[in-house]
Design a protein around this ligand. Structure first.
Ligand SMILES: Cc1cc2nc3c(=O)[nH]c(=O)nc-3n(C[C@H](O)[C@H](O)[C@H](O)COP(=O)(O)O)c2cc1C
Length: 315
């Protein structure tokens, strides 16, 4: 029996309902994640929130992620999200985007432990399961500092953490340092979900040895939404096959059906950048899509007419 859990990593503008629906079609038990949701915007009733906080019938199980740094507002937002019956409400303490850090949100909380602990304490009172996504540190990776930060999360009531083992200052530079994940897992203070740089199903199985509770995959799951199903197949020594044209068309249809009209063009482009990385002539295809995003489905179909051998991936 499978003892580990597989998670989709939260990715702003990418882990949209369109991508989630396709991942769920391919893999029934993966735990999905929403895009990050600003707690202050949610409590102000900001325009995009209806779309961000809607839980669809295909979403279960799913965690919704909050970002912000005001403990009272975060707690109220967590309570509101909890109405959705979630796998967990997650607190973003990992985002390294400069505009997020400048507001004291995301990974900036790793540099303000007093505030971070207050946020966890207040949110804890409002939800059944609370998780936190963090990095290896703020300015630099430092195991002792990471350990005491995670210990604080545990003591304040977090149920599990996911760890992207790069310091915030590293953004996506160099490689994720999985030795930090291994050390944290070995402490057994809290369930740890390992995340960072997993690119293939085979690599995922290696990472599960370091992080047996579970792993989380972001960019590779956008490029290959079938990766979770493939991990299950590979771990059972079964073969796996997927029609990647159908997968892309399903996601593009989902963007049209499930996303507000004003963000569709941007989300088509953001998704297609990743999908095209699967293809031999993906660069040329993406150039065509960029010129005409709303014809992306036809352009993809025409691509596979020209290159039918790329349609099915067999493992
Ligand atoms: C475009 C993009 C958007 C992201 N947005 C979020 C986010 O909203 N919340 C979050 O915690 N992490 C976010 N991340 C970080 C991912 O969840 C993940 O930790 C990181 O990409 C490393 O995992 P990977 O190598 O499997 O992609 C984002 C990453 C990318 C590339």
């Amino acid at each position: 029996m499978k003892t580990h859990k597989l998670f989709l990593a939260p990715c702003a503008d990418l882990t949209t309902p369109a991508l989630r629906r396709e991942i769920r079609r391919l893999s029934k038990d993966v735990i999905l994640f929403s895009e990050m949701i600003s707690a202050s915007s949610l409590m102000r009733g900001g325009l995009r929130n209806d779309y961000l906080v809607k839980k669809h019938e295909f979403d279960d199980p799913i965690s919704f992620q909050l970002i912000g740094n005001d403990p009272a507002i975060m707690a109220r937002a967590a309570e509101k999200l909890e109405e959705n019956m979630l796998y967990s409400v997650d607190i973003n303490m990992g985002c390294s985007a400069p505009e997020i850090r400048a507001r004291g949100w995301g990974s900036a909380l790793m540099a303000d432990r007093v505030l971070a602990s207050k946020i966890v304490r207040e949110c804890r009172k409002k939800v059944k399961t609370l998780s936190v996504k963090c990095r290896a540190g703020f300015e630099r990776s430092d195991y002792d500092n990471l350990f005491s930060f995670v210990k604080m999360l545990k003591d304040e009531g977090a149920d599990f953490v996911s760890l992207h083992p790069r310091a915030s200052d590293m953004a996506f530079k160099r490689s994720a340092d999985w030795s930090l994940t291994e050390r944290l897992v070995a402490e057994k203070i809290i369930p740890v979900i390992g995340n960072g740089d997993i690119k293939t199903a085979k690599e995922a199985l290696v990472r599960l040895e370091s992080s047996p509770e579970g792993i989380m995959i972001g960019r590779a799951a956008v490029k290959m939404p079938w990766i979770f199903a493939e991990i299950d197949a590979v771990s059972e020594s079964k073969s796996y096959s997927v029609n990647i044209e159908d997968s892309a068309i399903n996601i593009l249809s989902g963007i049209e059906e499930l996303l507000p009209v004003e963000i569709r063009e941007s989300r088509i482009l953001k998704y297609c950048v990743y999908f095209c990385q699967n293809l031999k002539f993906g660069h040329a295809l993406f150039t065509e899509i960029r010129r005409n995003p709303f014809s992306s489905a036809e352009l993809i179909r025409a691509y596979f007419e020209r290159n039918p051998v790329e349609r099915i991936i067999d493992k």
